[in-house]
Design a protein. Structure first.
Length: 278
């Protein structure tokens, strides 16, 4: 019996190690490629961090002719705006569905789930036509609205699962003390569901930060280009400059990594809590 437990523990460790290696290896390859010349990249067999490290690749993507910094700033603006609005609308809508009893309540919840069955590719064309008639094409607002339309259903469902498990008596006690419903949501519910708010906000942020479909569909001018669009500048019909594209990818990964480090405690707590609620 003890031998079987040891074998099971060893097998579990090997599986974990395999998944960790599977996750880390692309990042390792990306870092290695970003610090090499193009001639060294196409050599066979490949080399790993050997010779002179080409930091010039990072200088090129940050301060060169095809700098990604303007696109990085645009992506941050769109991502933060999308995440903030998603959380605000999401908590208010989730509160309405969780606390108010109305005839089509279950139908609304079902509709929220069904919206996740449609691909973004299907939604891009009708959204494009709407934005064209409203004069919103080639604007940052178009990307913010499009990303919110995709992320809001998931954020609403996540926050709804939090609110429905918070006893209503806590709110009623706040009402007795003179709080309005809106104040109760802000000062009572929001602090209790902080992990859920962080999880919903991060989901919307990452979705908007990595968006390429909507950016390619709605954005025409260079000043409104997003980071995902800028990363494709290092590709052409006949050649891809892998060294600069990988350097740009590393730079684009750093902000989300920093954000994750600061909020990982709330994110993990939110994901675990949501999974336990089913």
């Amino acid at each position: 019996m003890l031998k079987k437990k040891r074998m099971f523990k060893l097998l579990r460790t090997l599986i974990y190690a395999f998944y960790i290696a599977l996750f880390i290896s692309p990042i390792f390859i990306m870092l290695n490629t970003s610090l090499k010349k193009y001639e060294d990249i196409i050599k066979w067999p490949p080399t790993w961090f050997s010779g002179k490290l080409e930091w010039i690749n990072y200088k090129t993507v940050l301060f060169g002719e095809k700098s990604i910094l303007p696109a990085l700033g645009t992506s941050f603006l769109i991502s933060f705006a999308s995440a903030f609005i998603c959380v605000i609308i999401g908590i208010l809508a989730a509160y309405a569905v969780a606390r108010y009893r109305f005839r089509l309540r279950k139908g609304v919840l079902l509709l929220i789930i069904l919206t996740q069955m449609f691909s973004e590719v299907i939604l891009a064309a009708p959204i494009y036509m709407v934005f064209k008639h409203l004069g919103l094409l080639d604007t940052k607002l178009a990307l913010i609205i499009a990303n919110i339309s995709v992320c809001l259903p998931m954020s609403l469902w996540l926050l709804y699962s939090y609110i429905k498990d918070i006893p209503k008596e806590i709110e009623e006690a706040a009402w007795v003390d003179g709080c309005s419903r809106l104040q109760g949501v802000r000062f009572v519910l929001a602090p209790l569901m902080l992990p859920g708010l962080v999880t919903a906000g991060l989901f919307a942020f990452i979705r908007a930060y990595g968006d390429l479909l909507f950016s390619r569909t709605f954005i025409l001018s260079a000043e409104n280009r997003t980071l995902a669009m800028a990363l494709t500048d290092y590709q052409s019909l006949y050649k891809t400059t892998w060294e600069t594209q990988m350097a740009a990818s590393v730079v684009s990964m750093i902000p989300t990594l920093i954000i994750f480090i600061f909020i990982q405690k709330f994110l993990i707590k939110g994901l675990i809590s949501d999974s336990l609620k089913g």
